[in-house]
Design a protein around this ligand. Structure first.
Ligand code: ATP
Length: 203
């Protein structure tokens, strides 16, 4: 059983997430890809984050009925702080013989040494699927020095570079600039319905 773990704040989920998820699913022949919504990301303490109930709706809408994709409550159902290392440990208990693939963008790879118990996280994960991201150029030699054994676990996904971020989408929505086609249509509908990300709309 090959299981992908896609952790994120998903505020909101966007087309970049979808493209990378499906590419990883196919390129690493996964049986299941868990979209692990983080209620309160420890690395974004100073940011106002959209209430969880709306992000749940948006991630569920993104997962939709795509075969193999699943919405996971593994972090929602445990008290904060929500560290990836604990998520991998929980999933390891659930799938003792599973091959666990953690998905992350190049920006997250660059910051990996700052993650809680990063060495344990790398040891417990079988593969780290790295998705290319503009303007992020992790230095593999430095990372390997901080996290010995990391390099052999890395698998670089062959995917288009997508300059899409949740931050940019939030800014666009707030400023009344177009953002509609950067999102799955069902997520756009949820943003409009609940008036998320500011009142001016725009599409
Ligand atoms: P924000 O702009 O709010 O920080 P984000 O767009 O980075 O959000 P997250 O939910 O934090 O979205 O991302 C979850 C994971 O997806 C992270 O590992 C991140 O690096 C990766 N990711 C998100 N967008 C992209 C993208 N366009 N290309 C590559 N990786 C991405």
């Amino acid at each position: 059983m090959r299981i992908g773990i896609f952790g994120g704040t998903f505020d909101p989920p966007h087309i970049g997430h979808q493209v990378l998820a499906i590419e990883t699913y196919h390129q690493l022949a996964l049986n299941k890809l868990l979209w692990v919504l983080t209620p309160s990301p420890p690395h974004k303490p100073n940011r106002t984050i959209t209430p969880l109930e709306y992000r749940v709706k948006m991630v569920q809408a993104t997962v939709g009925d795509e075969p193999g994709f699943e919405f996971s409550r593994v972090e929602i159902d445990r008290p904060p702080p929500h560290f990836a290392v604990d998520t991998v440990e929980n999933l390891r208990e659930q799938f003792p013989a599973g091959h666990l693939v953690y998905l992350l963008g190049e920006d997250s790879l660059r910051d990996l040494p700052l993650w809680r118990e990063a060495r344990k996280f790398v040891t417990m994960t079988d593969t780290l699927a790295v998705m290319p991201r503009p303007a992020a150029s992790p230095d593999l030699a430095v990372l390997e020095r901080d996290l010995p054994g990391l390099r052999e676990k890395l698998h670089f996904i062959d995917a288009p570079l997508l300059q899409i971020s949740s931050t940019d989408i939030r800014h666009r929505a707030k400023e009344g600039r177009p953002y509609r086609y950067l999102l799955p249509p069902a997520v756009y509908a949820i943003i409009r319905r609940y008036g998320l990300y500011g009142l001016r709309g725009g599409d």
